[in-house]
Design a protein. Structure first.
Length: 475
């Protein structure tokens, strides 16, 4: 959801009548959740004074989605304050799966932790992982939208410059004369001292492969063509970094062993993307909260021996992932999307391996996580004011619930509290309930809000003459 409800808005709320769910004309309906209805008038009353929010259908839809989730949660709380009947398994499954994979890793992946002094010194001298170098370079950039002929011409120029440097001409003087790097040319191409990974990869690899005094071959990077001179290489004393380097070697051994084990699991399972997996994933990433019919949720995205990663499982991932993930997946390359899908399938395979090995969570652990999830959900409901339904004299239970939900939405729309989205729990709450959002109802809310704001006319501040302040009181 866009951050529509993050900034507090000072305008006050208008009072709103609570509509009965029976006999409401369809043209007045924005959304339904079971026996409850959000009407056009109610949605307009929520939004008409909030002129800091955009008057658009997407915003009204976001409000309607929140209204549905809050209504169904309030109803579940009214029926059972412990929420024992609410299935929270989808909320805790990511954590359960990760715990199972950790237990599997610790039980099946063993590495030799004995490292001799000679082994460490030999590896250290070969890698010099903490080395820093002082270097100069000459850069020739390609013209914008360069043709192949232009690129060839730049390379010939660089070959001539490199030949002069190798023949003994001053590298610094050549850099001052020819380099097109504005940050270093005037200093004779001096880049100062830098460590591994601080430069773009082709440059980094070429520079750290050189010994002091050596000049590189021509190196191509996204910036153009480079020739590099390493003037000094500083390697830390082994004795000062022995313990840190030992941990690096052990980590590498563990990584190799883990990768070998995972590769074996995948080789047995043969995971493969289904033909239309990538477009389906992009569509779902564009709207992670869209309703999925049972058949659609069971549709496979990655098939493997004995199972599949389904659309429903991927939706659960999107709804519980970091907020930036859906947009990144929707706009990512096919290769990136494929990597995400294969990574999720890999987690499922490893969790299945753990379960087959008897390494699944105990019933006590499952109960503990379920209880924690329900407690967290009740805390959220408490912040929204959904845990207590205080009835006025003679007020029916359904009317109390609708009023309480609208009060909660008021706090969200006016910025008093942050919007709370339920993700996979919202999908779970909706199962078994008639839930709809009316497209025409959304449009009528937008039109009614625009008409209401127009009929009120501009505010006093809007009527002030440009460049002048309204008269102060008492003047």
């Amino acid at each position: 959801m866009k951050n529509w409800f993050k900034v507090p808005v000072l305008a006050g709320m208008t009072s709103m009548a609570i509509a009965c769910s029976q006999d409401i004309p369809e043209e007045e309906v924005v959304a339904k959740a079971g026996k409850h209805t959000l009407t056009v008038d109610q949605a307009v009353s929520l939004l008409v004074d909030e002129e800091g929010l955009p008057n658009e259908a997407d915003l009204v839809r976001a409000v309607a989605d929140l209204w549905i989730d809050y209504t169904l949660l309030a109803e579940a709380l009214a029926e059972d304050s412990t929420l024992s009947g609410v299935d929270v398994e989808m909320l805790v499954m990511p954590q359960l799966r990760q715990e199972m994979i950790f237990v599997l890793r610790d039980s099946v992946i063993q590495v030799d932790t004995i490292l001799t002094e000679s082994e460490m010194r030999e590896e250290f001298s070969r890698e010099a992982t903490d080395a820093e170098i002082r270097a100069r370079h000459i850069l020739l950039a390609y013209p914008a939208s360069a043709t192949q002929a232009q690129r060839d011409s730049v390379r010939r120029d660089m070959e001539a410059i490199r030949g002069r440097a190798v023949s003994g001409e001053s590298f610094a003087a050549l850099a001052r004369q020819h380099s097109q790097d504005p940050g270093s040319a005037a200093a004779g191409g001096d880049l100062g001292t830098f460590g591994r990974g601080m430069m773009v990869r082709p440059f980094d690899e070429a520079a750290f492969a050189l010994e002091p005094g050596e000049i590189s071959d021509i190196v191509e990077s996204p910036f153009g063509l480079h020739v590099i001179l390493v003037e000094e290489k500083v390697v830390p004393d082994f004795d000062t970094v022995r313990d840190q380097f030992r941990m690096q070697m052990l980590s590498r051994r563990f990584f190799v062993a883990e990768s070998t084990y995972v590769a074996g699991v995948e080789e047995r399972a043969h995971p493969e993307l289904t033909e239309d997996a990538i477009p389906v994933v992009r569509d779902l990433a564009g709207d992670p909260n869209q309703f999925l019919a049972s058949r659609a949720a069971r549709r496979a995205l990655v098939s493997y021996e004995g199972g599949a990663l389904t659309v429903g499982e991927f939706q659960n991932f999107l709804q519980t992932a970091q907020p930036q993930w859906p947009a990144q997946i929707a706009s990512g390359t096919d290769q990136q999307v494929e990597g995400v899908l294969k990574g999720l399938a890999q987690q499922e395979l490893l969790a299945a391996e753990a379960e087959a090995a008897g390494l699944g969570p105990s019933p006590e652990r499952m109960d503990s996580l379920f209880a924690e999830a329900r407690t967290a959900l009740r805390d959220v409901a408490g912040r929204l004011g959904l845990t207590r339904l205080d009835a006025a004299p003679g007020e029916e239970d359904a009317a109390v619930l609708r009023r309480t939900v609208l009060d909660a939405l008021t706090k969200v729309v006016t910025g008093q509290v942050d919007a709370v989205q339920f993700g996979p729990l919202g999908q779970q709450l909706r199962r078994g309930n008639q839930v709809t959002i009316s497209e025409s109802g959304l449009g009528r809310v937008v039109t009614a809000v625009a008409d209401a704001r127009l009929s009120r006319g501009p505010s006093p501040a809007d009527q002030a003459v440009p460049g002048e302040f309204p008269d102060s009181a008492g003047e």
